[in-house]
Design a protein around this ligand. Structure first.
Ligand code: ZN
Length: 391
């Protein structure tokens, strides 16, 4: 008969084994099940597309990759973005956005700000530092720290861009080292401020250069496009916006209510970004704001970045994504359109970042010129950053 001590040891080891398995296995499983790639028709790549794609300076305004437990220096078989895949796709600039609160039962119609928060569960499951459990600002800072560490450890592969001079230096470096990726940091919703304006400076000091005002629910700054109030910018929102612009933080109105977009357009001293979206006239989805507002954003020098998932483009295949880009170019001018994949943002997409050449091919197939393709694939993003990053 086994002694009590041995039985106790067997039970203790089993419990430890299960607990470790849970915290190692589950985060990867969740990542795999959330950030999907689906089969769809992909175009045959021509020699012309290969040559053009190799010449492109590619930039993407929106990826939530830092949310997940993934070693970004390794190439993965799941999810959408890591450094090797960005290099393979010839991507020069990637904006990494930090997600800090996401309501249970998330939808495009109406979410309550009091709903249970899924990022709290993710923080526990992924063993984020305790300070992130109760603070949305800490969640943003923690996700950013992953990017900062990469830039520190792998300067030949990753460079953090926070100013115009960083950007000029990066461009010079990339001419001799085409594998180098320029990273930028942004928030997904300014509830990440924890209701405290001083957190704008704190996030700025950690490298954040783009802030979106809302995400899926109304917050202290104003209404979300998928919230309950439909409200415009609040007084706190106005103060936050002024502070952001005084520091040189770019404003992203993806997910903002129509009234917030109108209010921001009326008072903003800088052109706006829509970092991941589609066009209502191309895809009448509740995720997309009306074309007329998009025209107003562009008329003030703004940049509109198109995503790759069904909520943005309705049919998430490469041809339809190219059509959404073309639709936008015809609506507001090709100098106002960019890429905003929403990679790793709990979406299913037809190609990951290593396969962006399919998009180049699809744009060629639609008859767009090399110049137009260069603009939307990254030229416009580069110009926008050259104009609007702080000195
Ligand atoms: Zn989003």
């Amino acid at each position: 008969m086994l002694s009590k001590t041995i039985i106790f040891k067997i039970i203790a080891f089993s419990v430890i084994f299960v607990v470790i398995g849970f915290f190692v296995f589950f985060p990867t499983q969740l990542d795999k099940q959330t950030n999907l790639l689906h089969d769809s028709t992909l175009p045959v790549i021509s020699e012309q597309a290969r040559t053009l794609h190799a010449q492109l300076f590619i930039g993407d305004w929106h990826s939530d990759t830092l949310l997940w437990k993934r070693d970004l220096m390794d190439k993965h078989e799941y999810g959408h973005v890591d450094i090797p895949r960005l290099q393979q796709g010839n991507v020069a600039l990637q904006m990494f956005t930090t997600v800090t609160k996401s309501p249970d039962g998330i939808n495009y119609e109406a979410n309550s700000s009091d709903a249970n928060d899924n990022i709290t569960k993710l923080a526990l499951l992924n063993l984020w530092p305790i300070r992130t459990w109760n603070s949305l600002a800490e969640r943003a800072l923690f996700q950013a720290s992953k990017a900062l560490e990469l830039a520190d450890e792998f300067p030949q592969q990753v460079s953090l861009i926070t100013s115009k001079s960083d950007l000029s230096q990066f461009i010079l470096q990339r001419e001799v080292n085409p594998q180098l990726l320029g990273m930028l940091l942004g928030t997904e919703g300014s509830h990440a401020l924890d209701g405290d304006l001083s957190n704008i400076q704190r996030l700025f000091n950690s490298g954040f250069r783009m802030m979106s005002l809302q995400h899926f629910f109304d917050n202290k700054l104003g209404g979300s496009l998928h919230g309950e109030s439909g409200e415009g910018l609040t007084e706190f929102g106005r103060e936050a916006l002024q502070k952001m612009q005084s520091l040189g933080i770019m404003l992203d109105v993806s997910h903002s209510s129509e009234q917030v977009v109108k209010d921001v357009l009326a008072i903003s001293s800088q052109p706006l970004l829509v970092s991941h979206t589609g066009f209502y006239g191309h895809c009448p989805s509740p995720r997309n704001i009306p074309d007329e507002l998009m025209q107003q954003i562009a008329a003030k020098g703004g940049l509109i970045a198109v995503g790759y998932w069904d909520g943005a483009v309705c049919e998430p295949n490469v041809n339809e994504i190219a059509k959404a880009l073309k639709y936008g170019m015809e609506l507001v001018g090709s100098e106002h359109i960019a890429l905003g994949s929403d990679y790793d943002g709990a979406v299913s997409v037809p190609f990951d970042t290593s396969e962006l050449i399919y998009l180049t091919q699809a744009l060629l197939n639609l008859g767009l010129s090399d110049l137009q393709i260069k603009q939307v694939m990254g030229g416009n993003m580069l110009r926008y950053l050259q104009l609007h990053l702080p000195d």
